[in-house]
Design a protein around this ligand. Structure first.
Ligand SMILES: Cc1ncc(COP(=O)(O)O)c(C=O)c1O
Length: 471
């Protein structure tokens, strides 16, 4: 019986979400619905109460039941406080599965990759053609990076408060390589590294390839990495490095306030623990000014800064850079040992793009696109998902972290959505210790379309169904 009234509630809710019954409409009477669904009147009444509980209906004395759409806003997720121990990081097949799925033309809501429509294709084509004509300059090993590119990077870094000469820049194959080189430069296999929780899965993979143990530190949805958590970890464990996405973290979208970045730098400096800072979303702030990186507060060279053009110009360029500070010698050696150098043509092309001011012009539209797209997706989630769902409010970037109501499994939603060709990232991927089972991450970097709209509505319906089953 319980299952039957939940089924009726789900079907009514689907009619509401599809717009058949709109906000403020009166539902047909219970007798009509009992006939329509072939169930008893008491089942319809129980279904009504269930929908009232979910926030979709309102009973009015002597008038019946009226549709009331849940408010289009949802609260932000809460910080996951947990006591942790360092844990070895092991196989993360799920990420490979997700990337393979996205190639299969599924609705691409899983990987944090900008939709190609948002990328500056024409400009980068022109700059690449220009670079390819540079002749011999394109043919050598560009170790530690093309001078013109490193000079442009030094100029950009100066504009965010980090004054370094071009010689302090090491060019890498994306931010992922920069993080791995940073880890290799300062750790030995078996060492303990503090990371955010939830954490970008690439950082977990980086720890795994280097053979490190992870100490998960909670991330606050708006203020980012918990310094209080870090303090505890520093007191208890011999940390050898700490990796933090300081601006618009992935998956939470949190941004550490400057004051906390400053404290982070000085706490780690005092403890002799290098900070590996990943600032890949720093340029994609939604409003206000470009936030400064923690590296801007580094006075001793203890911060290994990592960044790339994957989230802005294009992930396929595989072009990133690092400022290893006082760990330059180790980082250079690791780069040289692993692949000698980064390809020359992308460096020359992006250097020209930067030099001509094209990148800054492009960023203005990219920021607006990502802000609008994530806000729209956030509102769609708030409309379609069960009451009690929380959604992050990113200050930049394009990841949306969705925390489903207690007891609803994000993994089940992921699996069921996958069967329907909708790809989302299950929360489990963002931790090494089984946390975030009730979460999913959505990629907000998609131009709004009927396909995306329907996919979000369908995910919401799946979350509702999972909620019914968990009752
Ligand atoms: C936080 C973060 N760091 C690093 C990366 C990897 O960047 P790249 O493609 O430059 O290696 C990503 C990509 O998803 C990311 O989200």
């Amino acid at each position: 019986m319980g299952v039957l009234y939940h089924q009726v509630a789900d079907r009514l809710q689907a009619l509401i979400l599809d717009g058949v019954y709109r906000d403020g409409d009166r539902l047909p009477g219970v007798r009509v619905l009992s006939k329509q669904f072939g169930v008893s009147i008491s089942t319809v009444l129980q279904a009504h109460q269930t929908l009232e509980g979910r926030g979709y209906l309102q009973a009015r004395a002597r008038s019946g039941y009226f549709v009331r759409l849940p408010t289009v806003d949802a609260p932000e997720p809460v910080m996951h406080k947990h006591r942790n121990r360092p844990v070895p990081v092991s196989a993360r097949e799920m990420t490979l599965e997700l990337c393979a799925d996205e190639q299969k033309r599924m609705v691409p809501l899983a990987t944090a990759i900008p939709h190609p429509d948002y990328l500056p294709l024409r400009q980068i084509q022109q700059c690449t053609l220009w670079a390819a004509r540079r002749g011999l300059e394109t043919l050598d090993y560009a170790f530690p990076g093309k001078e013109s590119f490193r000079r442009q990077i030094a100029q950009r870094m100066a504009s965010v408060g980090v004054a370094v000469p071009p010689d302090d820049v090491l060019v890498t194959n994306g931010a992922q390589e920069a993080i791995i080189l940073g880890l290799r430069a300062v750790t030995q296999p078996g060492d303990i590294v503090a990371i955010e929780s939830p954490s970008f899965p690439g950082i977990l993979q980086a720890l795994e390839v280097v053979g490190l143990r992870a100490m998960e530190i909670p991330t606050h949805p708006s203020e980012g990495f918990s310094l209080e958590g870090l303090q505890l970890a520093l007191e208890q464990w011999p940390l050898r490095a700490c990796v933090v996405v300081t601006n618009h973290s992935n998956p939470m979208g949190a941004r550490m306030p400057d004051e906390r970045k400053k404290q982070l730098v000085s706490m780690l400096d005092a403890a002799g623990v290098p900070l590996i800072e990943d600032d890949i979303y720093g340029d994609l702030y939604h409003t206000g000014e470009r936030p400064r990186p923690a590296k801007a507060f580094d006075r001793t060279g203890n911060v290994i800064y990592c960044n790339s053009f994957s989230k802005t110009v294009s992930p396929g360029l595989r072009l990133g850079w690092m400022l290893p500070g006082r760990y330059m010698a180790g980082a250079r050696q690791q780069k040289y040992f692993s692949n000698l150098a980064t390809s020359s043509i992308p460096q020359l092309a992006v250097a020209r793009f930067l030099e001509q001011g094209g990148y800054d012009r492009y960023l203005r539209s990219a920021r607006q696109n990502y802000r609008e797209a994530t806000e729209r997706m956030r509102a769609a989630v708030a409309r379609s998902f069960p009451v009690g769902t929380a959604v992050s409010r990113p200050k930049g970037g394009f990841a949306l972290w969705v925390q489903l109501p207690a007891g609803v499994s994000g993994t089940r939603v992921y699996q069921r959505a996958r069967e329907e060709n909708i790809n989302v990232a299950p929360g489990l991927m963002f931790s090494i210790s089984g946390k975030f089972e009730s979460c999913i991450r959505l990629n907000g970097a998609n131009p709004w379309s009927e396909r995306i709209d329907q996919a979000i509505a369908r995910l919401g319906a799946l979350a509702h169904e999972e909620q019914s089953l968990s009752c």
